[in-house]
Design a protein around this ligand. Structure first.
Ligand code: VAL
Length: 185
């Protein structure tokens, strides 16, 4: 599988008054093919998060990673509008970037500042940490891939596609929807 890493923006459906409704969470992943199985975004309850104004948008990332993300995404200037404790992001509701479906914001200690944005794409059917955090929040274990490695009808639009061929397809779809902030190979 050719390796890709992507930054993706997730809009917000219910901000519960904690962050602006028009802010977006930024996730980073090296497995774009797992995006159809996304059911949540994990944040670390111990971290501070920042609402950053950049490129006429507002983005939520871990405060300690703002500078790194700004460099990665090529923001020439940005401003921190607000700071919020990770624990207060619990159960905000984001929107899946492709499907009309909720992506639940959850708290998890597996979120680190080693890589990414401090907001972790969470697919309970595709990873152990993801499974564990999803279980705590009663999320289903969605795994829309059959035993041959092809998407099922639980991944509408991608049925039959082999997952190893799916990274570029997902990148293109996210780009088309305006959710792709960066792709690197
Ligand atoms: N959480 C992982 C990631 O961000 C996968 C397993 C979905 O890539």
């Amino acid at each position: 599988v050719e390796s890709y890493s992507i930054y993706v923006a997730f809009g917000i459906k219910d901000a519960k008054g904690v962050v602006p409704e028009d802010a977006k969470f930024i996730i980073w992943t090296t497995t774009p093919w797992t995006i159809p199985a996304n059911l949540g975004i994990s944040v670390n309850p111990e971290y501070k998060y920042a609402v950053v104004a950049a490129n006429n948008d507002k983005y939520i990332v871990a405060k300690d990673l703002v500078e790194k993300v700004a460099t990665e995404l090529g923001w020439e200037s940005y401003e921190i509008d607000q700071e919020v404790e990770g624990v207060n992001l619990d159960r905000l509701v984001a929107e899946h970037p492709i499907y009309k479906r909720d992506s639940l914001v959850m708290l998890g200690d597996h979120v680190t500042t080693e890589a990414g944005t401090g907001c972790v794409h969470t697919a309970p059917g595709h990873g152990d940490d993801d499974y564990q955090v999803g279980k705590r929040y009663d999320l289903p274990v969605l795994s829309p891939v059959d035993n041959r490695g092809c998407y099922t009808d639980e991944a509408p639009g991608f049925e039959g596609l082999f997952y190893e061929k799916a990274n570029p397809v997902m990148v293109e779809k996210l780009q088309e929807l305006g959710a792709l902030l960066k792709v690197s190979k």
